[in-house]
Design a protein around this ligand. Structure first.
Ligand SMILES: [Zn+2]
Length: 337
């Protein structure tokens, strides 16, 4: 099995964004150390819309200028260390402001489809140009903010006008509907491996111009989500340090229907290294192998890493490597197409 470890490199998108140091720099150091012994490299989807907006506003704000400088240096270091830096777009940054201490986020432009097609293409072009210039070479792969890549007609325009060839947003078998996120990938089978698409991101099309690398999913029982909820409450009470995220911001609230569904029925969940959910990664890998998948695509966020999850990640990659699994980046996948 080829394992693709992907990270969304971003601040928090809720009522407090958190800091660059704690959401990005510090956890990335721990994550890198965890995978280093087996030589694995991350595919890092950098929220380039944040970087763009922070750059635009940095003239009037010393803190933002320092943040941009720190991230620029960090991204170059990641690239030089062999990690695969690619493009992540959260459009709301373009409409958000900074008051000198905190970001004031615009919650009306969270999804790509909240923008007119021209505005979505232009914003992607500007953010990509900045990221490409930072790296010194072009990015080719994309992940939509909030997993909201639909409608494909819009995504197609964004891809065609920005020379993007691959996407890794689809979460097979799931749908979500809130003011921040909207997607419906229920028609994509859980067994889906990498596939070509054109007019519909959910529909494999052998001569399609783009490649989809879906995030791997696995079934989780409601019991786990009850345990997760219990742990969140008790961690808050007793402050178990190994379960505290490195990230110091506040996430977007989960839609209430989604919480009810998770607590009452078996759910398709993303294979992830985030926090307590990493406990299921071994099961998710075994289930992907049973389905005969060729690529196991794992999702993660530096901001949600904890000392516990980093320790589990080190053990996971070591076990995987010793049982013959290999690690791949999205650029390597594209080049093999
Ligand atoms: Zn994101």
């Amino acid at each position: 099995m080829k394992i693709l470890l992907t990270l969304d490199y971003e601040l928090f998108l809720g009522s407090r964004t958190g800091t660059v140091e704690h959401c990005l720099i510090e956890p990335m150091e721990h994550l890198q150390k965890a995978v280093e012994p087996v030589g694995a490299k991350f595919t890092v989807f950098v929220d380039a819309t944040y970087l763009l907006r922070a750059s635009q506003l940095s003239i009037g704000h010393k803190q933002l200028a320092a943040d941009v400088e720190q991230i620029t240096r960090h991204i170059r270091q990641l690239d030089a260390a062999g990690h695969d830096v690619q493009l992540h777009i959260h459009p709301h940054w373009a409409y958000s402001t900074y008051d000198g201490g905190e970001w004031r986020l615009d919650h009306n432009h969270y999804k790509l489809c909240d923008l007119e097609p021209d505005a979505a293409c232009q914003l992607t072009a500007q953010a990509k140009a900045l990221l490409d210039e930072t790296l010194g070479h072009p990015t080719r792969a994309f992940r939509a903010g909030g997993f909201s890549a639909q409608p494909t007609s819009l995504l197609r325009q964004v891809f065609e006008r920005n020379s993007l060839v691959a996407d890794s947003t689809v979460c097979p078998g799931t749908s979500y509907n809130s003011s921040q996120q909207r997607y419906d990938y229920t028609t994509v089978p859980a067994t889906s491996d990498t596939y070509r698409f054109g007019d519909d991101i959910c529909q494999p099309q052998s001569d399609g111009p783009f490649t989809e690398v879906p995030i791997s999913m696995h079934e989780v029982s409601p019991l786990f989500h009850w345990r997760l909820a219990f742990n969140r409450v008790t961690n808050r009470l007793v402050k178990l340090p190994h379960h505290h995220t490195y990230g110091d911001g506040i996430a977007v609230k989960t839609a209430s229907e989604s919480i009810v569904a998770r607590l009452t029925s078996r759910q398709n969940c993303q294979a992830t290294i985030d926090g307590l959910k990493i406990a299921f990664l071994g099961d998710a890998l075994r289930s992907a192998k049973r389905m005969g998948k060729g690529v196991f695509t794992v999702l993660g966020h530096p901001k949600l890493a904890t000392p516990y999850s980093v320790e589990r990640l080190a053990a996971f990659v070591e076990r995987a490597a010793s049982s013959g699994d290999t690690f791949i980046t999205i650029s390597q996948l594209i080049d093999k197409q």
